[in-house]
Design a binder for this molecule. Structure first.
Ligand code: PMP
Length: 342
């Protein structure tokens, strides 16, 4: 018989899938045997909770169990409504912990319901109050986290976030490419993924280039935190989990290009992924095109990490009316021209 004891045993070891169709004007790299850059996607939505964040959720919880910060039957409190919440809720359910997620009232009901479906509790705070107000998002989560038995993972400062990528995601990519990876492309939210994977890869081969993809406006690409619509990436502050020495280059990507490329990945590669994946893949396609036809490009193996599934964005990125409201095109077919223009 072939089975695992728990869904948690299926976290990680996600596959690399070649992206070929959506890279205009680049051939070659066939199976890595013919000259030409080879672009490979690390497909993180195949984790059991649907995103790369399953990895940090299980690692942060295991570390807190080992240190005694999280006691049997304890409560996990985190201000998140996104992928980290799903990962934590899934791991907590399997390990018998209670979860309380604090989120602002602007978070969609669908997202809250996903967390509740795993048995988590969701506390909704009003957006329209100042941070010092007792009902503010910040104050409520601090108050809940200071209760006896409560533990707050804090993905923005927890060293086990980047460490999970240093010890698992990075080695997987190195092994899967037989050590032939030359470029790693990744978006940055907490910065945990790029910092952990990037550090591991550079320790194996210092010539590997680590390239961040960032929404225009975010601090990582020199912005001030100006709003952008791509979710899960970009920041208006520098998180502790981001290693500022790891990226050799950061490519700024507009919302329009991120969304158009996200749509192309579904239509041309059959990959239904979120906007941050489209953003990272857009940057990786740019790197691939830069390398095509150059001597360096002949042996280039570019890996781009795609963090989550497009299922959570059906009413946004995959909704034509939503895109049109912001003046964005759907990426079909006329928007393909935006790809060559960066
Ligand atoms: N994409 C999505 C959809 C995410 O939720 C996150 C995490 N915030 C990221 C990318 C970025 O990953 P990291 O926090 O490791 O930088």
């Amino acid at each position: 018989m072939e089975y695992v004891e728990s869904l948690l045993d299926l976290i990680g070891n996600t596959p690399l899938v070649r992206l070929a169709r959506s890279i205009d004007g680049v051939d070659g790299g066939e199976g890595g045997d013919t000259p030409g850059p080879l672009l490979l996607a690390k497909v993180e939505y195949l984790n059991p909770g649907g995103s790369v964040k399953d990895r940090i959720a299980s690692r942060m919880i295991e570390a807190a169990e080992a240190s005694g910060e999280l006691q049997p039957g304890g409560t996990i409190v985190e201000p998140t409504s996104g992928n980290t919440g799903v990962g934590l809720a899934m791991v907590a359910q399997q390990k018998g912990y209670h979860c309380v997620f604090v989120c602002p009232d602007k978070v969609s009901e669908d997202k809250r319901n996903v967390l509740k479906a795993y048995g988590a509790e969701v506390v909704v705070c009003p957006t329209a109050v100042p941070p010092e107000h007792p009902d503010s998002y910040y104050n409520v989560s601090d108050r809940l986290a200071s209760q006896p038995g409560a533990w707050k993972p804090d993905q923005y400062s927890n060293p086990h976030n980047p460490r999970s990528h240093y010890e698992e995601t990075g080695p997987e990519i190195w092994r899967q490419t037989d050590g032939r990876i030359t470029h790693f492309v990744c978006g940055m939210g907490t910065g945990g993924t790029i910092s952990g994977v990037g550090r591991y890869l550079k320790e194996q081969n210092p010539d590997i280039l680590v390239i961040g993809a960032d929404p225009a406006g975010s601090v990582y690409s020199g912005g001030t935190g100006r709003p952008y619509l791509v979710e899960g990436v970009g920041e208006d502050f520098w998180p502790e989990t981001y290693d500022r020495t790891v990226a050799d280059r950061v490519i700024e990507v507009s919302d329009a290009d991120s969304f158009a490329f996200t749509r192309r990945l579904a239509r041309e590669e059959a990959m239904l992924v979120g906007g941050s994946s489209g953003m990272a893949a857009f940057a990786a396609a740019q790197v691939t095109r830069e390398l095509a036809g150059t001597p360096e490009g002949e042996n280039a193996v570019i890996v781009v990490l795609l963090p989550d599934s497009g299922r959570g964005y059906l009413t946004k990125v995959f909704n034509d009316d939503w895109l049109a409201q912001y003046g964005f095109t759907t990426g079909q077919p006329q928007a393909s021209r935006t790809v060559g223009e960066v």
